[in-house]
Design a protein around this ligand. Structure first.
Ligand code: ATP
Ligand code: MG
Length: 642
C-alpha cells in the first residue's frame, strides 16, 4: 500500500485556517471521548469560544486510564528530588491507584464537581496526584506556585474560594527548607475566604502544627482509601478544568481559566505536531507545576501522549547527593533516555556559567530536541546549548493565556529550520497578526514592528476567560487595539521575509528617546553580544530633555569588574560603542551599570517594571513575585552612588 505523501506544514496550517471544523475534528481523534461532540467550534458570541460542544470527556481518563491496557506497567511519572534525595517511578497503573486514593480523599473532604481545590505545593508527586484527582472528579484545580509568600497566596485564596487546600509541610530550594505550613496558616488568617479542610503531605522537612477540625494528613486519608475505585466523571468539553494565575511580570496576576475537551485536544495535538513525541518515550520539562508549562508539559501533555514524564525538584546545579553538580539534568536524560526536553533560557544561562565539559560527560543520544520558552532566547545562549547538546534547540513563544505554543516550528508535521533569535512561525489554529499600536492597522511588510495580536476564534486550549470576570477578559485582552476586536498579547514583534516572527519585548518595554521608538530587547541583544557581559536589562527612564533615556544594568562575566572602577568604565565605554555600531547612537544607554544579578520573578522573568520604577525614584509596586529582593537594593545603591 502506498502511503499518502506527507503534508507540508504550509498546507497543514492553511487547512486549520480554511477548514477549521474538519481540521480540529481530525485532531480531536487524538483523545478519547465518552460522548462525541455535536459542534466543533461555537463562536456565536465573540470573543468567547466553545470547543467541541456536546462532547464529554475527562483529562484524567486521557492522561491515565486510557493507557492502562496498552502500557499499564510502563513508567508514567518519574519523580526525582535532589533536595531530599528521593527518586521514584510510578507506572500508569501505580499512578492510577494513587490518583484514585487522592480523589477519594478529596471527596471525603466534601469536594464535588465544580468545586475549587487550591494546590500550594512543592514539586512532589502528591502535587501531580492532586491535579489529576481534581480532573478525575471534575473539581477545578488552582495551583499556586509554592514560592509565593502569604500575601500573594491569600489574594489567590480569596479569588479562587477553594473548598479544600492541598499543601505540604515544606519546600526546599538549594538545600534551604522553606516551611509552607506557617505561610499557609498566615495566608488563611489574611484571607476572607476559609476552606473547609486542608490536606497536608508531611515530607518530614519541617514540624507542622495541625489545626483541629481543619487540617488532615494525606498519609492518614491515603491509608483509608488505599483500595479506592473512583471512576472518572464525564465532563462537558466546555467544563472548567483549572485556573492559573499569570506570572505577574506586568502587574496584578489574572486568573486564566481553561476548559476540558479543547485543552485535551490541544495538548495531544501539540505533543504530536510540535514536540514530535510518541507514546513510550520520556519527556522532561524542568519547569514547575506552579506555571502553565508545568500544567501543560509536566503533567497533562506527556501523560495524554502516553509518555513518561519527569518531575524534578531541585536546582539545575545540585546533584542527588546535594553537592554542587551542574550535570544533574544531563544525568537524568541519560538515565531515563529522555527524548524531548523543555526548559527556559534563564536556566540555560545558569548552566552556561558551569564547566562546559559537563555536557560531554553523559550519553545524551536519546535526546532529539531541547525546547525553550518563557522569555527571549538570545543568540549566544541558544548557540552555546545547541552546540553543546548537538540537538536542535527549539524556541517557542506562548503565554499562560494560550496554554500551548503559538509561535514555533512543527517538526512533527514537517521538518522546518529554526532561526536564531526567532521563536518561529504561527502554529496551526492561530491567526497571528502584527498590528500598528496606534492605529490598529495590519502590518504586512517584512520587518515592520507591531503588536502581536490574534484574530478570533482562538484555538482549542486557549483561555476561556478570566475566572469570574468576563468583563476584565474582554476589556483587558480584546479591546486594547483601536477599532478592532483582537486578542492583544502585549508583546511587540516583527516578521521577516520568510514569515518568521521575532519578539522584541513587551509593549510596555518600548522606550521613546527623543521621538525614536525602540524595544529594550534590541538594545539588550546588542549588549549581551559583548563577550564581557553575562546578562543585561535595559529600561527606559524618564528624562526631562529626551522624554526617555535607556539605562542598562549588566552582569559582567568577570565579577572583579564590580570592584574595579577603571575596568568598569572601560567596559561601559566598549559596550556603548557596540550599541552605537549595532543600532545607532540614539539607542546608546545613558549609563551601563554593573550588578551581580538582575531582579527576576520566581519563573525567571526579568522584572523591568521594578527596575524602571527604582530608576525613576518611584515605588517598585507589587514585588511578591520577586525572587531575590537584594538585587533590587543593589540597583538602588548603584543609582545613589551616582
Ligand atoms: P503577566 O502577564 O502577569 O505580566 P507574564 O506575561 O510574565 O506575566 P507568562 O504567561 O508566564 O506571564 O509569560 C508569557 C510572556 O513571556 C509572553 O507574553 C512573552 O512576553 C514572554 N515569552 C514567552 N515565551 C517567549 C519566547 N519564546 N520568546 C520571547 N518571549 C517569550
Ligand atoms: Mg503576560
Amino acid at each position: 500500500m502506498k502511503l499518502p505523501p506527507p503534508e507540508s506544514y504550509q498546507a497543514f496550517y492553511k487547512r486549520s485556517m480554511t477548514e477549521p471544523d474538519a481540521f480540529w475534528s481530525e485532531q480531536a481523534e487524538l483523545i478519547e471521548w465518552h460522548k462525541p461532540f455535536s459542534r466543533v467550534c461555537n463562536y456565536d458570541n465573540p470573543p468567547f469560544v466553545h470547543w467541541f460542544e456536546g462532547g464529554q470527556t475527562n483529562l484524567c481518563h486521557n492522561a491515565i486510564d486510557r493507557h492502562l491496557s496498552a502500557r499499564g506497567d510502563q513508567a508514567a511519572l518519574i519523580h526525582v528530588s535532589s533536595e531530599t534525595g528521593l527518586e521514584k517511578t510510578y507506572s500508569f497503573r501505580e499512578l492510577h491507584a494513587e490518583v484514585q486514593r487522592m480523589a477519594a480523599s478529596l471527596r471525603e473532604l466534601g469536594v464535588q464537581k465544580g468545586d475549587r481545590v487550591l494546590i500550594y505545593m512543592p514539586m512532589v508527586a502528591e502535587a501531580a496526584f492532586a491535579m489529576l484527582a481534581c480532573a478525575r472528579i471534575g473539581a477545578v484545580h488552582c495551583v499556586v506556585f509554592g514560592g509565593f509568600a502569604s500575601g500573594s497566596l491569600a489574594s489567590r485564596i480569596d479569588d479562587a474560594t477553594p473548598k479544600v487546600i492541598v499543601s505540604a509541610d515544606a519546600g526546599s530550594r538549594g538545600g534551604k527548607v522553606t516551611p509552607y505550613k506557617p505561610l499557609l496558616d498566615d495566608a488563611l488568617r489574611l484571607s476572607s475566604h476559609k476552606p473547609d479542610a486542608v490536606l497536608l503531605t508531611d515530607r518530614g522537612l519541617a514540624p507542622m502544627q495541625l489545626v483541629a477540625g481543619r487540617d488532615r494528613l494525606w498519609s492518614d486519608l491515603r491509608t483509608r482509601h488505599l483500595h479506592a475505585q473512583v471512576p472518572c466523571e464525564w465532563l462537558d468539553s466546555t467544563a472548567i478544568s483549572y485556573t492559573i494565575y499569570t506570572s505577574g511580570t506586568t502587574g496584578k496576576p489574572k486568573g486564566v481559566q481553561r476548559d476540558t475537551g479543547g485543552y485535551a485536544v490541544a495538548l495531544a495535538a501539540s505533543m504530536k505536531h510540535i514536540f514530535d513525541s510518541r507514546a513510550g518515550e520520556t519527556y522532561f520539562s524542568t519547569s514547575d507545576i506552579g506555571w502553565v508549562v508545568g500544567h501543560s508539559y509536566i503533567v497533562y501533555g506527556p501523560l495524554i501522549a502516553g509518555m513518561a514524564t519527569i518531575m524534578y525538584e531541585g536546582l539545575p546545579t545540585q546533584g542527588m547527593d546535594r553537592q554542587p553538580d551542574g550535570g544533574i539534568w544531563w544525568s537524568l536524560v541519560e538515565k531515563y533516555r529522555v527524548t524531548a526536553m523543555f526548559s527556559a533560557p534563564t536556566a540555560v544561562r545558569v548552566l552556561r556559567k558551569q564547566d562546559p565539559a559537563l555536557l560531554q560527560k553523559y550519553d545524551l543520544s536519546s535526546l532529539r530536541a531541547l525546547y525553550l520558552a518563557g522569555e527571549p532566547l538570545d543568540e549566544p545562549t541558544g548557540r552555546w546549548i545547541a552546540e553543546g547538546l548537538k540537538v536542535p534547540v527549539i524556541d517557542n513563544y506562548w503565554q499562560t493565556e494560550t496554554g500551548w505554543p503559538l509561535l514555533t516550528v512543527a517538526n512533527g508535521v514537517e521538518q522546518t529550520p529554526s532561526k536564531f533569535g526567532s521563536p518561529g512561525i504561527p502554529m496551526y489554529g492561530y491567526r497571528v497578526k502584527l498590528l500598528h499600536e496606534g492605529t490598529g492597522e495590519e502590518l504586512t511588510g517584512a520587518h515592520e514592528k507591531g503588536v502581536v495580536a490574534l484574530e478570533g476564534p482562538t484555538p482549542p486550549g486557549f483561555m476561556q476567560t478570566i475566572w469570574k470576570d468576563d468583563a476584565r477578559f474582554v476589556n483587558t485582552y480584546w479591546k486594547s487595539v483601536p477599532g478592532k476586536m483582537v486578542y492583544n498579547t502585549f508583546d511587540w514583534g516583527i516578521r521577516d521575509e520568510d514569515g518568521y516572527f521575532f519578539i522584541l519585548g513587551r509593549t510596555d518595554d518600548v522606550i521613546n528617546v527623543a521621538g525614536h521608538r525602540m524595544g529594550t530587547r534590541e538594545i539588550e541583544e546588542s549588549i549581551s553580544g559583548h563577550p564581557g557581559v553575562a546578562e543585561v536589562a535595559v529600561v527606559g527612564v524618564a528624562d526631562a530633555l529626551k522624554g526617555q533615556v535607556a539605562m542598562a544594568f549588566a552582569v559582567p562575566r568577570d565579577a572583579s569588574i564590580l570592584s574595579d572602577a577603571p575596568a568598569a568604565r572601560a567596559l561601559e565605554g566598549d559596550i556603548m560603542k557596540r550599541v552605537d555600531g549595532d543600532l545607532g547612537a540614539v539607542a546608546r544607554p545613558s549609563r551601563v551599570r554593573f550588578v551581580t544579578g538582575l531582579p527576576k520573578t520566581r519563573s525567571g522573568k526579568l522584572l523591568r517594571r521594578a527596575i524602571q520604577a527604582v530608576c525613576e525614584g518611584r515605588d517598585a509596586g507589587d514585588l511578591t513575585t520577586l525572587d531575590d529582593p537584594a538585587v533590587l537594593q543593589q540597583i538602588r545603591d548603584q543609582l545613589a552612588a551616582g
